[in-house]
Design a protein around this ligand. Structure first.
Ligand code: PMP
Ligand code: GLN
Length: 388
């Protein structure tokens, strides 16, 4: 039987592979990014009450009116943006927001700039829209945005750049200077920026998130994507949102109508409520993640691992080579989950050409300290074995 080779030849995502191995080997899962807490009880209670007492029929295609308004108000209040409900389309997670954006804004033959290491959904979704990804690698330990390299790959067919800020898996939060340079490139070459900002609230050590859409000249050429799953630490909820100029949002809505059409109503209503919370709640959550980051970082460094700096996300990266481990990242991760009981993510799975990937692995620190402490002990044993 003939299948679509775009899909039949795709490997299973590394996040699913590693979580599967973690279940099979009863390993501590520092691979796929999710917290080991349940998320805010008030939001779970609201969703639960809604399921029992509210309507369980289709909500409006573009999202519940109260959620669209709440997303816009949230970004006005927390990021100083100028948005209204007309800028917002609610999607089933950021993944659907990405798919709808690519399908709506790309035509076959377009070129899209993607920064490596890249969240693994980008390239296959861009290919499904008939476009071609042009890869720009970033390099550890700083993962700096190379504006000269970006400008060098631009051709008359270049239509879009995908910016993941803050960036998974590197933990990089791009600052005002790099973003101003990128905004300048987008305007000079008439590019659309698709900004995957799912990690916008998970910034560490008191840092600030800078949304590209807020820069002069970018409001009409930027698509900002958010995820309630990351904002409230409930990754299974899959409630995402796109914010863009109403003319762009309208077309993305057209793509969304035949992808999922809509998203579970009571999850939307609960998210609308949570987005209304003030800065104190989000700061408290950031303080907890910052503490967990430093706990894992300090413990790993004590055991001889070379840990790279993270400014955001649930993740930190370890340079294997600088840690004295001369193994490809995939080999180390497979050995560690099957023999030492800790799942991690090899960065080589997030590069267009795995052979060009640095020997780096990613670990999720959004876990209780007791869990992180036992992971550190097991990882130390894995390092000792790899060096023996
Ligand atoms: N983009 C990035 C960079 C992510 O890290 C993730 C998931 N962690 C997503 C998109 C997907 O988000 P969602 O679960 O809301 O689809
Ligand atoms: N974004 C999550 C991560 O980076 C995984 C999402 C998924 O498994 N699809 O770990």
């Amino acid at each position: 039987m003939a299948f679509n080779p775009h899909l039949s030849e795709l490997p299973t995502t590394i996040f699913e592979v590693m979580s599967g191995l973690a279940r099979q080997h009863q390993a501590i899962n520092l691979g796929q990014g999710f917290p080991d807490s349940q998320g805010p009880e008030a939001l779970r209670r609201l969703a639960c009450d809604g399921l029992m007492q509210g309507s369980n029929q289709y909500p409006p295609m573009l999202g519940l009116p109260e959620l669209r308004a709440s997303v816009a108000e949230h970004y006005v209040r927390h990021q100083g943006l100028s948005l209204s409900h007309e800028h917002v389309v609610v999607t089933s997670g950021a993944t659907e927001a990405l798919a709808a954006s690519f399908l709506a804004l790309l035509v076959p033959g377009d070129e899209v700039i993607v920064l490596d290491p890249a969240y693994d959904a980008y390239r296959p979704l861009i290919a499904r829209a008939g476009a071609r990804s042009m890869t720009i690698p970033l390099f550890p330990p700083k993962w700096t945005l190379d504006l000269t390299a970006i400008e060098a790959v631009i051709t008359p067919r270049t239509r879009m750049i995908v910016l993941n800020n803050p960036m998974n898996p590197t933990g990089r939060a791009f600052g005002p200077e790099e973003l101003a340079g990128l905004a300048d490139i987008c305007q000079r070459h008439d590019l659309i920026a698709v900004c995957d900002e799912v990690w916008e609230h998970v910034v560490l050590d008191g840092q600030k998130h800078h949304p590209l859409i807020g820069l002069p000249g970018m409001a009409k050429r930027t698509v900002k994507i958010g995820s309630a799953g990351k904002m409230f630490g409930m990754t299974g909820w899959k409630v995402g949102f796109v914010c863009a100029d109403p003319e762009i949002a309208r077309v993305i809505g057209k793509a969304h109508q035949f992808l999922t059409f809509t998203t579970a109503p009571h999850l939307q209503a609960a998210v609308a409520h949570g987005l209304g919370w003030g800065p104190a709640w989000f700061e408290g959550q950031r303080a907890d993640f910052t503490k967990a980051y430093h706990f894992l970082r300090t413990g790993l460094m004590r055991e001889g691992f070379a840990v790279l700096d993270s400014a955001a996300t649930y993740f930190l990266c370890v340079d294997l080579s600088a840690s004295g481990i001369e193994q490809p990242s995939m080999d180390f991760c497979l050995n560690t989950v099957t023999q030492f009981g800790v799942a991690t993510i090899p960065l080589e799975s997030l590069y267009a050409d795995p052979a060009t990937a640095p020997p780096v692995i990613r670990l999720c620190f959004a876990k209780e300290e007791a869990v992180l402490a036992s992971a550190i002990t097991r990882l130390a044993a894995a390092r000792a074995a790899a060096r023996a």
